[in-house]
Design a protein around this ligand. Sequence first.
Ligand code: ADP
Ligand code: MG
Length: 634
Amino acid sequence: MSVETQKETLGFQTEVKQLLHLMIHSLYSNKEIFLRELISNASDAVDKLRFEALAKPELLEGGAELKIRVSFDKDAKTVTLEDNGIGMNRDDVITHLGTIAKSGTADFMKNLTGDQKKDSHLIGQFGVGFYSAFIVADQVDVYSRRAGTAASEGVHWSSKGEGEFEVATIDKPERGTRIVLHLKSGEVEFADGWRLRNIIKKYSDHIALPIELPKEVAAAEGEDKPAVEWETVNRASALWTRPRTEVKDEEYQEFYKHIAHDFENPLSWSHNKVEGKLEYSSLLYVPARAPFDLYQREAPKGLKLYVQRVFVMDQAESFLPLYLRFIKGVVDSNDLSLNVSREILQKDPIIDSMKSALTKRVLDMLEKLAKNEPEQYKGFWKNFGQVMKEGPAEDFANKEKIAGLLRFASTTEGDGEQIVGLADYLARAKEGQDKIYYLTGETYAQVKNSPHLEVFRKKGIEVLLLTDRIDEWLMSYLSEFDGKNFVDVARGDLDLGNLDSEEDKKAAEEVAKSKEGLVERLKTALGESVAEVRVSHRLTDSPAILAIGEQDLGLQMRQILEASGQKVPDSKPIFEFNPTHPLIEKLDNETSEDRFSDLSHILFDQAALAAGDSLKDPAAYVSRLNKLLVELSA
Ligand code: ADP
Ligand code: MG
């Protein structure tokens, strides 16, 4: 080994230390994946070299075949991986192998419970990576040189996977990275050709470049050591270029783990080849679990882009809309130029038509999943439902399709779980029901007992219960599904259409007439607090309710806008009362105007509370109520 200079010892970033600890303890049952991770990195490094060499062919340094070699030494108890990819310089090594660059990592680490089973799931969302080497090794040496730098600018990184690592400058004639794993005493089984070959076949067969293992050959005559011959053990062709029928599920799954840096199998995938005016292949995956940084603006998203089999960029965002940012996969185009940039992608009309085709593919894949694997779709919805709800606002063209994929809680099914699709809802709608009824609110507990639902319960009509923060906003983009309008049951003058019989309607009109006097008295008593007072058709048990004006903002939107510092136009609710409720009858017979006013304000405030709103003047409410209580007990 050549001389080492500028040797220094550095500490790992805190998060790396935590990750190392977690890795070693929770992934132990699946330890052979270290090889998959290191091969995945070597393959990425070769992809990057190929790409950079498009503009700077000299990086290829004479141009030996790009490949990965895995070798072992039983006596020394080592396994060695070597690639002739892009390599790393001293700074690269310090940042890439000493820190975790992902934003939000520290927060993520705080979520770790210490429960190994749970944590190993979490780590799946996080990605495993280079540090998995320490599952089987108690010392890892990395020798690397970045393509295009002098042989004297090689770097040696070494660590025992505890708190720190060493770096030194070395001579390294060959470009690329060599990683030597010094196996723990219990892991010597990995220094074995047969074992390594099996692991490579199992996890890395899809890697598009050759992975070579040394072949056992007899020593030539007169030599005491056999010459090493190398043998390619994987298929070494890009998986997405192969016909669908020839690719096994396991291969699709392993390929997913490689490109998505995920630890778990995907839920579903869609592999397609398009020929004609545009030519491209795509392989799109739905992950099983949301990554921890799904809602972080700068979190990685987008597909891996290849142009004629050559890797061009990671996280190409222009191929899918934002609400599908959780989709992983590759797209390989024959039409784009190899020196395509992100800026060009944003403007290229070719990309627009690819984007709409790929979006359809994803939506079709989700429809299929929902239809054929409803249990899995439930899991999908739990993880990604919130993001899908951004869809109708972003993707006008696919609004109906997206709406069909949405899932809601309802008064009929799921006990608060979002499992009801709009098609199911309509399929079991009441005869004559030509509307989709919904109610929005803060929490399921609050809406499920809302007085707004009383008449629906009585008539056995299902109402969707929407309690996610963005639901009201979502509904402002959805006006109909399958030709049926959405109706917010807390809004406007509820018209049940054909669901009310002629007799019902007549009776209601008569009651309304008989209560005209009460309506007027209430208007005077409540004054500025209400936009209108009227007899309700919504109530069976509660005395009164507040409805939102047809054009007014609902509570949720109001709160969102206010929180973002916007001025929200003032709007007043409509006070509706239940003419048959004993309290209302009492009110109607109340002769003291003072008492009448107190009682109406109490009813008004109670209705606001039941709707989940806060009171404008809670002290006044309490004092009125106490006054009544005192009179009661007097
Ligand atoms: P990820 O692959 O998700 O980025 P890893 O922990 O597997 O995370 O690797 C960390 C980083 O180390 C890589 O992103 C890459 O920059 C660098 N790296 C790892 N292995 C190699 C390699 N063989 N050649 C060049 N760079 C590498
Ligand atoms: Mg990796």
